[in-house]
Write a protein that binds this ligand. Structure first.
Ligand SMILES: C[S@@+](CC[C@H](N)C(=O)[O-])C[C@H]1O[C@@H](n2cnc3c(N)ncnc32)[C@H](O)[C@@H]1O
Length: 226
């Protein structure tokens, strides 16, 4: 299973229960932020109003990871207590925090929102990377044409390159349009993506087909937002 790339349509909690324990080298994921998000055109995110269905993914993810590995998880800052409790209860230890600076405000309230964030979580005691990644980074905006919260390949790829090795398998249980897999493919990793929405699975399959075709046609492929 982990020697091949897979895009699996379904509820990640159910799907992960069917995968072999201690088989994944890295998790990189961007779960619903539990904020009832709706973009300007009315698009929303499944389970963004359902903490139980989102947070119950983390114990399954913990089981799937090999000992001494990382899980990189984006999260919504306003629901930090939900995420932090779920990560700790699953067994993860926070070992770092990354903030991306946006040169535009993605929203506005008491403050203009100029940042995005994730925690670096450890299962066990993974070794430090030879070159540490800076924990304040520039954001890249995708335009969200295909998916309401599409992350940039250029944002995800350094995470994969820093916290896994060539040939490793990276899992993303909240796959969306498949950005984690595009970044993993460019970085020479295998991927397993799980997404509940058939439309986004189809989109991810098309993106990955285009990524692999581009890589076959170019001997030293540069990564970009496919
Ligand atoms: C924040 S988005 C991820 C976007 C992704 N990073 C990208 O670049 O396209 C979260 C995704 O999780 C999916 N999702 C929500 N609950 C899920 C579940 N229980 N199992 C699998 N996917 C789920 C949503 O449909 C949504 O596409």
């Amino acid at each position: 299973m982990t020697n091949e790339n897979h895009i699996i349509e379904g509820d990640c909690v159910n799907v992960m229960q069917s995968l072999p324990a201690a088989s994944m080298d890295l998790a990189v994921t961007d779960p619903p932020y539990l904020v009832n998000y709706r973009d300007r055109t009315g698009r929303s995110i499944v389970n963004d109003d359902n903490p139980e269905r989102v947070l119950s993914a983390f114990p399954e993810l913990y089981k799937l990871l090999k000992p001494d590995t990382f899980c990189v998880s984006f999260y919504g800052w306003s629901k930090i207590e939900y995420f932090a409790n779920a990560w700790r209860q699953a067994g993860f230890k926070p070992v770092g925090h990354i903030v991306w600076h946006k040169d535009y405000a993605s929203n506005s309230g008491y403050l203009d929102y100029h940042h995005e964030q994730c925690f670096l979580l450890a299962k066990g005691n993974p070794p430090k990377p030879p070159v540490p990644l800076a924990d304040v980074r520039p954001w890249e905006y995708t335009g969200n044409k295909n998916h309401p919260t599409e992350k940039a390949v250029g944002v995800i790829r350094p995470l994969i390159e820093t916290f896994s090795q060539t040939g490793d398998t990276v899992i993303d249980p909240f796959f969306g349009s498949g950005t984690t897999a595009v970044a993993a493919a460019f970085a020479g990793r295998r991927y397993i993506g799980i997404e509940i929405e058939p439309e986004y699975c189809e989109l991810a399959r098309k993106r990955l087909a285009a990524t692999h075709a581009y890589m076959r046609a170019n001997s030293r492929p540069r990564s970009f937002q496919i």
